[in-house]
Design a protein around this ligand. Structure first.
Ligand code: ADP
Ligand code: MG
Length: 212
């Protein structure tokens, strides 16, 4: 049997000790199947239903790759709605509690531009946002993505349903060609496959049918 304890992974010691303090000991199935590939730097497509622990799967991947001493946007996470982006940012901050001075910034529609622009001027390591607002910041020249090494599409099925495909294409065009792509989704419509073909590099495909 494969070991499903978090401490079987080559995660940084501060991430592992924080996981223990959060009472995260065993990986969920989707975490166990995706994290070895994510930590190896591969592109991953992972399908699993709500509550299967997808946020920590990509969150630990991007935190492991992050260099907190470089105050640049190194990870970009896209979510379909502001509520989901807020939840994801909250979970990433929890997973990152042991990393001093880490800045996770949310950039979503339905909130004023002014404070977001101020926060961007201040800087961030990780940006979590909704596609429309991220495109607006790119077009205004406020969001620099040249240091992004990890790009995450969370709830990709919902983003496509909501008509975000053109925004996703604009965002991908603004990212460095060399990057890791992680795509998470509860369902796997054909449109996801064709999008994945365009933006990903030989992805590992993981499907977890049940929660346990
Ligand atoms: P999904 O995005 O797949 O719907 P979430 O990432 O929101 O799922 O996780 C669901 C819940 O499970 C969250 O409250 C999260 O804190 C918790 N969780 C995730 N992974 C673990 C784990 N390995 N051990 C304990 N709790 C976990
Ligand atoms: Mg989720």
């Amino acid at each position: 049997m494969t070991d499903t304890a978090f401490d079987s992974l080559a995660l940084k010691a501060d991430l592992l000790s924080n996981l223990a303090s959060l009472d995260y000991h065993q990986m969920t199935p989707i975490q166990g199947q995706s994290l070895p590939h994510i930590l190896a730097g591969k592109d991953v497509i992972a399908q699993g239903k709500t509550g299967s622990g997808k946020t920590a799967a990509f969150g630990l991947g991007l935190l492991q790759a992050l260099d907190v001493k470089r105050f640049r946007v190194q990870s970009l996470v896209l979510c379909p709605t502001r509520e989901l982006a807020d939840q994801v940012a909250k979970e990433i901050r929890r997973l990152a509690r042991s990393i001093h001075n880490i800045k996770v910034l949310t950039l979503c529609g339905g909130t004023p531009f002014g404070p977001q622009i101020g926060s961007l001027e201040h800087g961030a390591h990780i940006v979590v946002g909704t596609p429309g607002r991220i495109v607006e910041h790119i077009n205004k020249g406020r969001l620099k993505l040249e240091d992004v090494n990890c790009f995450v599409l969370d709830e990709a099925d919902r983003m496509l349903e909501m008509g975000f495909q053109p925004d996703l294409e604009t965002i991908v065009a603004a990212l460095p060609a060399q990057r890791q792509n992680l795509l998470f989704s509860a369902t796997f419509p054909a449109q996801i496959n064709s999008m994945a073909k365009n933006i990903m590099d030989a992805p590992e495909v993981i499907k977890v049918a049940s929660t346990h």
